[in-house]
Design a protein around this ligand. Sequence first.
Ligand code: NAD
Length: 269
Amino acid sequence: MNPNPKLKGQSALVTGANSGIGKAVAISLANDGANVVVNYVAHPEDAQAVVDTIKANGGNAIALQADVSNETQVKAMFQEMYKAFGTIDILVNNAGLQQDSPFEKMTLAQWQLVINVNLTGQFLCAREAVIEFLRRGPVPERSRATGKIICMSSVHEVIPWGGHVNYATSKGGIMMLMKSMAQELAPKKIRVNSIGPGAIQTPINTSAWSTPEALNSLLTLIPYNRIGEPEDIGNLAAWLASDESDYITGTTVFCDGGMTLYPGFSTNG
Ligand code: NAD
């Protein structure tokens, strides 16, 4: 491990960290010196495997269960975190899911599940983190910012997505949640930003890359001509959480191989 890592002594909570992007973010933050809470809602064995990987790399982590859309469970998780690590410096609001459906067949349950987890879950966790940032105040020897929040959004905060209206709506909502929090909390030295992943190879989108035909079709949307890897997002999250990005707040950083460049227009229009 780096002897002077950029997140040394800081404590981070990553939601939905037992799979895909969240797992890579948790490992990346820990490799940069943060104590990490690996949140999970199901499959504790996967969360423990992430903790074991972090410890094998010389880092420090614990696994905590909570459904991010459940206020009581979220509050209890933060209290458990404070017992283990004392406070929180970095929140990565990553947990998310899809419930896809043609619009006219979308049930209220599908709509509400996606909004509850993807959007309300980010509100509930961010509110707990901000309460602690404000209570504790700045700790200049750890970071120039009093606290950092990173929201996992998507290219679908700006690209409409038919068949996934609930998901795209949740990500559009995250954009204004992030920007409004950033505006309100900047004077308190709390930085709030989003990451907008493009197509990253994880279990959430297996059907988009698991056959050669699906992958080739997907690649027509990606000018950089490769699918993203969870580590692409992990590296970016560690940088956005660090003082190297101290003057950045209220921004979505797209990490998408150019998906938001509207490649359909490269030879037309
Ligand atoms: P994933 O399915 O591998 O991971 C999602 C994680 O969220 C899992 O650990 C899951 O258990 C957890 N989760 C779901 N509901 C939860 C709840 N109620 N409480 C706590 N945790 C819960 O998928 P991923 O691709 O790693 O997705 C992570 C985030 O990245 C999501 O917010 C997703 O929308 C976003 N994203 C992914 C992609 C992509 O291409 N993979 C693109 C854009 C955005």
